[in-house]
Design a protein around this ligand. Sequence first.
Ligand code: ADP
Ligand code: MG
Length: 324
Amino acid sequence: MNVKKYLTVLVAAAIVLPAASCAFREKTVKRSDFALNTLINITVTGKSADSAADAALAEIKRIDALMNTHSSKSALYALNCASAGERVRVSAEIFKLIKTSAQISEKTGGAFDITLKPVADLWAIGTENPRVPQSGEILGALEKTGYENMILNEEDCTVEFKKDGMQIDLGGIAKGYAANRAAEILKNAGIKSALLDLGGNVYAVGQRSDGQRWRVGLQTPWKTRGEYFKTVSVSDTSVVTSGAYERYFEDNSEIYHHILNPENGYPSKSGIQSATVICTDSALADALSTAVFVSGSEGARRIAENFDNVKIILYTDDGEILEY
Ligand code: ADP
Ligand code: MG
C-alpha cells in the first residue's frame, strides 16, 4: 500500500469507527417540548436513546392532538356537540379512556369526573380570562354534568349523553395516559433508564444511569419551584401530584384553583394543598391525584383502600404530611 492509499484508509477509519461505535454506546439524551397544556421533559439513557426519545415525544404529541377539545377534527369535539340521546362513535382508544375514567369516578364516589367541562369552561382557569362565575351560572352548568349521565356502548364504541349540553374533558387523565404510552414505547425500544416528566406527572422507567432508583421531589405548595417537602425513590412507577398552586387566579385576594369539586362546581376546599399518588399506572395516578385532592384526607384513606398498590401522600392546609 502506498503512503497516499494508507493515509486514505486511515482517515476513512477515523471517520467510520467513531460513528459505528456511537451507535453501540449508551448515551443520555434530553427532549423538552410543550404539549398537553404543559411543559414536557424527557431524559432517556440507552443505545437507542435518540430514536426512542423522539418516538416517545411523538406519541405524547399524538395524544395531545387526540385530546384536543377545540379542534373540530377531534373525536371529542363531535361528541361534545351531541344532543341528549345521540349516539356518537369515538375511536376504541378514546372509548377505553372514557370507560376507565367512568370506572374511576365510580370508585372515588364521583370525585373524579370528566363531565365537568361545562363548569370548568365557566371558570376558564388556565386561560387569559379566568373569572368567578355567578352562582346561578354554576348551578346551571352543574345540571349538565355527572358521569352517571353518560351511556357507554362497548359494542360499537359509542357514547351517549343523557342531557343536552353535556361535554367531556379528558385533561385530568390525559397526561398520565400519555406517560403510560411513552414509557411503553421506551421499554419496547430496550430503554432501561428514563425519566418522563409531563408537567409534574412523572414516570420513572427502570433506574438512573448510575444504577440508583430515581428520586422524585414533591414540591412544597406555594414555595419556590424545586423546594421539596419530601423526596421519594422509585423505579418503574409513576408519581403524580395535583396541587392548588399549579394553576389558579386571584380575585379579591381569594385564590381560585383549577381542581373542581363536582358536587358544587367550585374549586375544591378539602383541607389539602397537594395530593400525590404513586402507582405503576400513570393514568390511574393522574386521575386519582385529582380525586384525592377533592376528597381530602378522609376520602384519601378510602381511596387508598379501594385501589391496590396505590400510595398517597398529602400536604395539608396546615403543612402536615399524611401518608396512606
Ligand atoms: P393537576 O396536574 O394539578 O392534577 P390536571 O391538569 O391533571 O391538574 O387536571 C386538570 C384538568 O382536570 C382540567 O382539564 C380540569 O378541567 C379537569 N378537572 C378539574 N377538576 C376535575 C375533577 N374533579 N375531575 C376530573 N377532572 C377535573
Ligand atoms: Mg391530574
